[in-house]
Design a protein around this ligand. Structure first.
Ligand SMILES: C[S@@+](CC[C@H](N)C(=O)[O-])C[C@H]1O[C@@H](n2cnc3c(N)ncnc32)[C@H](O)[C@@H]1O
Length: 238
């Protein structure tokens, strides 16, 4: 009889059965997850570089590790545009919430292809945490037109940008590719202004807002629950 194949660490981890008491195994998994989410492994070209808006999908830029590191390019294939450093920061904050025993779920509002939320689900998995959820909130159809009442948003109309409209099914598929789609992942579909004020969830230990437009940050639904703790961090809010 052929010997039974022993699951690899990664297979055991995906199935929730790895020995996660080993912090270095956890960190190896999360380090690798960040590299894959930001796709620094294969280095996909960019649709654009934020500092060089002349670069378009018809005129794609070669992969630039320095841009991807700090989230200054718009990846054509990677599952997040936030860059490596923000991913590391998000992973550190999630780990701190766990280590410090801050109760609550995690939420990102503005997920695009889902990379940050996939990382948060990976942090829970790597810590064998089964009683926290990751809320994945987005219109899943891109940005609304800017509200003229908000001066900082004038001239920033991304509503016709098809690259920003990633469907919920596509984001679910992205989670599934990492083996991280399960009932600890909750999709909240619709405009934040309509969904978040009525969200029956929380408290949140960690919130990340990444919506591009200033109007969203000003909306009374942010933070959506007074029990939450938020902190501005770079482009997003944690
Ligand atoms: C910059 S992208 C988010 C990037 C993402 N966090 C990542 O890891 O790559 C902005 C996202 O916010 C969403 N969005 C912006 N304004 C919104 C609103 N008012 N309601 C719902 N979704 C919104 C867009 O659909 C888009 O997916």
């Amino acid at each position: 009889m052929a010997p039974k194949k022993r699951p690899t660490d990664m297979e055991a981890l995906a199935a929730g059965g790895a020995d996660l008491s080993n912090a270095s195994l956890r960190d190896l998994y999360l380090d690798l997850l960040i590299k894959i989410l930001a796709n620094t492994i294969y280095g996909d070209p960019a649709f654009g570089i934020f500092m060089h808006p002349a670069v378009t999908p018809d005129n794609m830029a070669e992969f630039g590790a320095a841009y991807r590191e700090v989230g200054l390019d718009w990846p054509s294939a990677a599952h997040t545009m936030v860059g490596v450093r923000r991913l590391q920061n998000l992973r550190d904050l999630a780990q701190r919430a766990i280590d410090d025993g801050i109760p609550g779920d995690f939420i990102e509002a503005g997920v695009w292809r889902g990379g940050c939320c996939i990382l948060l689900r990976g942090v829970l998995k790597a810590n064998a945490i089964a009683d926290r959820k990751v809320y994945v909130a987005d219109s899943f159809s891109g940005l609304p037109p800017p509200d003229p009442a908000f001066e900082p948003d004038r001239g920033h109309d991304y509503s016709k940008n098809e690259q920003l409209a990633v469907s919920a099914d596509q984001v679910r598929e992205n989670f599934a590719r990492y083996g991280l789609l399960d009932d600890q992942v909750v999709f909240v579909e619709g405009l934040f202004q309509e969904t978040l004020p009525h969200l029956d969830a929380g408290p949140f230990a960690l919130m990340r807002l990444d919506a591009d437009l200033y109007a969203v940050v000003q909306h009374p639904c942010v933070p959506p629950a007074p029990r939450s703790r938020t902190r501005p961090c770079g482009r997003g809010w944690h």
